[in-house]
Design a protein around this ligand. Sequence first.
Ligand SMILES: Nc1ncnc2c1ncn2[C@@H]1O[C@H](COP(=O)(O)OP(=O)(O)OP(=O)(O)O)[C@@H](O)[C@H]1O
Ligand SMILES: [Mg+2]
Length: 457
Amino acid sequence: MTTVRPVVLIVDDKRNMVRLMSKVLRDDAITLTAYTGAEAIEQLSVQAVDVVLSDLKMPDMTGLDVLQACKRMRPTARFVLMTAYASVDTAVEALRLGVHDYLTKPFDPERAREVILRAVGRAPVTPGESHEVLPGIIGRSPAMIELGELVRRVANSTATALIMGETGTGKERIARAIHHLSPRRSRRFVAVNCAAIPAELLESELFGHARGAFTGAAGNRAGLFEDAHQGTLFLDEIGEMRPALQAKLTRALEERAVRRVGDTRERPVDARIVAATHRDLEAMVATEAFRQDLWYRLNVAVIRVPPVRDRREDIELLAAAFLEEISATLPDRSIVGFTPDALDALVSYDWPGNVRQLRAALERACIVARGDRLDIGDLPPELRAIEHPTIGAVDTNLTWAEATARGRQVIGRQYLEGILDRFAGNVVDAANHAGVERESFYRLMRRFDVDPSRFRE
Ligand SMILES: Nc1ncnc2c1ncn2[C@@H]1O[C@H](COP(=O)(O)OP(=O)(O)OP(=O)(O)O)[C@@H](O)[C@H]1O
Ligand SMILES: [Mg+2]
């Protein structure tokens, strides 16, 4: 993959620090260096940069002075501040002034690299480190790591497994992973979608039929259960199965034998059952839409796949992996990453259709994208429409990245509305005042969903 490397300006009066950070970023970025605030400003005036990594305390000026200059000259650059001591006040003040992130010295260089790559919208991919929690299942959130361990334990047994989770969370992939990690991997994995087969046909599909069992039943036929003998039978969308068939399935699981439709004989069969559903089977049992005895048979090993919005740490990795795949199929160009705005939008969106929706969104975005990085404007409109939160209590359930992203969103919107109000909706004056180029100002208004005409008399 060809990559356009981001430009990072490293500013510190300690030469050792500048050298260290240049070395750490050698493979990921083009690095520029400055040993004083004045030198940094000089560099900014001649050269576009993606990230400024600056020390707070320097002899000639502070990092915050560099920040002010940077905001005027290079408004799209992200600013990462290095501070020598952990001071909550400085941190809050820095974020208020528009610092993207900050590092408290002394820091682990590898962690600094991560922060900087994140600031330019790149997932820090550590060479040699796999981001799969299971074969074909990408993730790094604690929830997915735990799920990976559970699946490995389940795969080793012959216990019936039930995979529950919203649409598009990867249930089928997990079912396949169970088979491939199990001692049955060399036998068949037979998948049947209980929702896709008409109810009246599903019974003979699963259990087979005897000759003449019904009109059209020409010969004797084995069903999918028997096909999966010594292998794995995946019963997808099991919540859609009719109660009569649920009863027959329960019996087959209890007896470890099947009876073909129209036949009197029971045939022993050894198929390992993995079932999946997006429905809440417990609730269905309560309303008697799902048989309790079947529920007991299935819930031996229950694997709950969390929705994407509950594991936002995975979004960047998934998006990067999908982008690489999709980009490889583009005939005439390659898209190598995301702009910070696009990445923010991907991470903040709630993804009701989960991983499947994420992939589809990126496929569409790649078709419309013109640059070599996906930008927020390339993403589907539902990702650009932001909820309009107000500053209130900070939600401590969020990660640092999520909370500060939300903070930027709140402040960004209030600020834009404030100055547009002040200049009666005149975008040129407002942009001038904000010290942002007009084009960027339009982009900001779109991003924060602010309509200037609302402020005109
Ligand atoms: N963790 C993951 N890593 C990589 N790809 C994933 C992951 N989770 C899901 N996918 C991809 O997302 C898509 C949806 O996955 P899958 O079909 O397994 O979901 P599902 O839970 O069975 O959805 P549904 O309930 O709608 O049937 C597939 O293209 C799958 O390859
Ligand atoms: Mg599925």
